[in-house]
Design a protein around this ligand. Structure first.
Ligand SMILES: C[S@@+](CC[C@H](N)C(=O)[O-])C[C@H]1O[C@@H](n2cnc3c(N)ncnc32)[C@H](O)[C@@H]1O
Length: 287
């Protein structure tokens, strides 16, 4: 009898992992409209317009709390028409309420759309100067919390950390499309450890796209990340391995979640796992 129950449980777990059941999607539908559901429950079923923002911001805040930090900063690099920044603001407020960690929000953009491209590495076959022109006044009227940093990131990122002295960076969404713009933004990860969590969640928008966008490690965001890793011995940006198996609903964003590991951060090795001694694994399987 016990053996049969164990087998049934195992089967249900497998079905869940392979997403062969429609119930996660039904739950997602219900939770999207449920104002009273907890943040964690919504996140479990991707019940956000941008679940990647929710995941990165929430887990950055939890990490900060576990490390004894009470404030973080989160970023949208490339604001476009502003929809993403408004959603990041909304999520930041929810995460503050849920975790007690304060979340500062920043958005970086030229304010005038895409700048001139550098060369083939910026994929000018996909994007052109002037695309995604932002109505700055209209967006600024709608923002409640986020700080908009306007100008080419080649200039605005240069002294950002020194001038702004932000709370530790916890989550970054890279969505400036070009290789050259991403290279300029990656300077944020050269900051001293006081301005970074030891593990910074990163969402890379421009590594999938439609069939006209053909991404690879020799162009675009992926090339910028590769070069960053080659140039930094103790800081590496790497995909969250097998992330899709942590999710109830398999979706493209599962392939776009990375983490910047600062191995030289004095808090990197601090034990923060909420499982005390992993006791639920005492009998060889998670209970
Ligand atoms: C695809 S749009 C961003 C869309 C936005 N993240 C969203 O989800 O709604 C790309 C943006 O990156 C900005 N961008 C690209 N290169 C930039 C640079 N060097 N400096 C500042 N902004 C840049 C462009 O102005 C453009 O608005």
């Amino acid at each position: 009898m016990l053996e049969k129950l164990r087998k049934l449980k195992e089967l249900m777990c497998r079905a869940k992992t392979a997403n062969v059941s429609p119930w996660p999607v039904l739950m997602q539908e219900r939770l999207l409209a449920d104002e009273k559901a907890s943040f964690a429950e919504k996140l479990e079923f991707d019940a956000f317009l941008r679940p990647h923002f929710a995941y990165g911001t929430f887990f950055a805040a939890l990490q900060a709390k576990a490390l004894g930090l009470n404030r973080i900063s989160v970023y949208e690099f490339g604001v476009g028409w502003g929809g993403g920044l408004m959603e990041l603001e909304r999520i930041a407020v929810m995460v503050e309420q849920e975790t007690g960690v304060l979340v500062d929000v920043y958005g970086f953009d030229t304010g005038e759309g895409m700048p001139e491209s550098l060369d083939y590495r910026d994929l000018p076959n996909v994007w052109q100067p002037g695309f995604f022109h932002l109505d700055v006044d209209a967006l600024e009227k709608k923002l409640t919390k986020a700080k908009l940093i306007l100008g080419n990131v080649k200039e605005t990122m240069k002294d950002f950390i020194e001038n702004e002295k932000p709370a530790p960076v916890g989550f970054v969404s890279f969505d400036v499309d070009y290789y050259s713009s991403t290279i300029d933004l990656l300077r944020i990860f050269d900051a001293q450890e006081d301005f970074l969590l030891p593990r910074v969640y990163c969402y890379l928008d421009d590594i999938i796209g439609d069939d006209w966008e053909i991404h690879c490690e020799y162009v675009g965001e992926l090339l910028a990340i590769k070069e960053f890793n080659e140039q930094h011995e103790k800081r590496k940006i790497s995909k969250i391995n097998a992330f899709r198996f942590k999710r109830k609903i398999y979706a493209p964003w599962n392939e776009q979640m990375f983490v910047m590991h600062a191995f030289d951060h004095s808090l990197y090795c601090k034990y923060i796992n909420p499982k005390p001694e992993w006791e639920e694994y005492k009998f060889g399987v998670a209970q």
